[in-house]
Design a protein around this ligand. Structure first.
Ligand SMILES: [Zn+2]
Length: 392
């Protein structure tokens, strides 16, 4: 179970409370019908819900069908427990039979995953059918495949999203380095992976920028209110759109690929990284859309049962990934990292990526920031050849 704070707006809160009410009424109606119809089995109760929906189409409009189904599931569970207790009594065990009772209130809704009743729009936004897009705080990432979402209001008035996840047996085995990777997001190369792979920088971003600037200049030269000006405005908008599409296409392809191959991905915390980097570079940083990429990576990882862990980028470039020696100075022109301690020579970005990996894995001299997920194992070590292995 993974529990997170939800922050519904006043309007969304109203919708949720209204759905609580409908669920309560449905539950009680089903229980009441039981007196005449004697239905207690899950299948039959689900059928009754269908009948109720036919009789009252508004029901289906206001509450997701699977949520109503869950109401009848809850009732059939209550009946199952009741019958279980009856059996125990027959065996001489002293328990109260406890026939299911009418509910005075319902304070939670349960959504199954399998039919798009809810989904992550980003790692900060959760879209719930018939409720809307709700801000969510993912202080840690759900592990395993998400089975159901329960939205509930606690007595304090605080709202929570509770995910029940199915953790595959092989996922509960400590992860080896093959399924985890460190990422260094760079300017020259878009991303360097700690296992030596890299993703080239899409140069068309730069070209696109030139095109936009040219279109903008042309627009400013056209006379105000002229037909040529409005034509040029359309052209500019189209250029923006095309480049936006290329950008998002690249971001999606790259994040899909990484999420499909790695379960745990360590990235630098960009908030800190941008503060460290030179201001002059800010244009290029926007250019390669790091932030959009990390967001996309994060929610895709969440949806597929993986995780993205942000680590502090402090000294990731300056530290030798082999011996831990920290360089005083490293200029942006230095493409190679040459260690003053052990003489290790490695591509600068690969060195940083390995350090990101080490920090994420709980490297001694660094503390992970951002998502406070416990490192999977500590003591990742890089050997002479630059291969990473687990010390334990
Ligand atoms: Zn060294």
């Amino acid at each position: 179970m993974f529990k997170y704070r939800l922050y519904p707006s006043a309007k969304q809160e109203l919708r949720l409370v209204n759905q609580f009410k409908i669920c309560k009424e449905t539950y009680n109606t089903l229980l009441d019908l039981n007196k005449k119809l004697r239905v207690t089995r899950k299948f039959d109760l689900n059928g009754l819900v269908m009948d109720l929906k036919c009789a009252n189409p508004l029901l289906a409009k206001k509450v997701h069908s699977q949520v109503l189904q869950n109401v009848s599931d809850r009732l059939s569970k209550a009946f199952d427990n009741f019958f279980e207790r009856l059996k125990l009594r027959e065996q001489g065990v002293k328990v109260k039979a406890g026939f299911p009772r009418f509910k005075s209130k319902v304070t939670s809704l349960t959504f199954p995953q399998n039919n798009g009743a809810f989904k992550f729009i980003s790692d900060k936004k959760l879209k719930i059918s018939k409720v809307g897009v709700l801000p969510i705080v993912l202080h840690r990432v759900p592990r395993g495949k998400i089975k159901t979402l329960t939205v509930k209001r606690e007595k304090s008035g605080k709202w929570f999203a509770v995910f029940s996840c199915e953790v595959e047996p092989e996922q509960s085995v400590p992860l080896g380095e093959r399924s985890s990777v460190g990422l260094d997001l760079g300017l020259e190369t878009f991303a360097y992976l700690s296992d030596g792979e890299f993703v080239s920088n899409p140069r068309f971003f730069r070209k696109g920028e030139v095109k936009i600037r040219r279109a903008q200049r042309r627009l400013s030269r056209k006379k105000k209110g002229s037909r040529n000006r409005s034509k040029q405005r359309v052209r500019l908008a189209r250029t923006h759109e095309r480049i936006g599409n290329q950008r998002s296409d690249f971001v999606h392809k790259t994040s899909n690929d990484l999420v499909s191959r790695y379960e745990t991905i360590f990235v630098e915390d960009l908030k800190v990284k941008n503060m460290i980097k030179n201001k002059r570079l800010s244009k290029s940083i926007g250019d390669v859309s790091w932030r959009g990429f990390v967001d996309s990576l994060s929610y895709k990882a969440v949806m597929s049962g993986g995780q993205v862990i942000k680590v502090s980028p402090k000294n990731t470039s300056k530290t030798c990934s082999k011996c831990g020696f920290v360089k005083e100075e490293l200029s942006l022109q230095d493409r190679q990292f040459v260690c003053g301690g052990c003489g290790f020579v490695v591509h600068r970005d690969l060195n940083a990526a390995i350090n990101v990996f080490r920090v994420g894995m709980g490297g001694a001299e660094f503390t992970p920031v951002g998502h406070s997920v416990r490192p999977l194992f500590s003591g990742a070590v890089v050997d002479e050849a630059g291969t990473i292995y687990n010390e334990t």
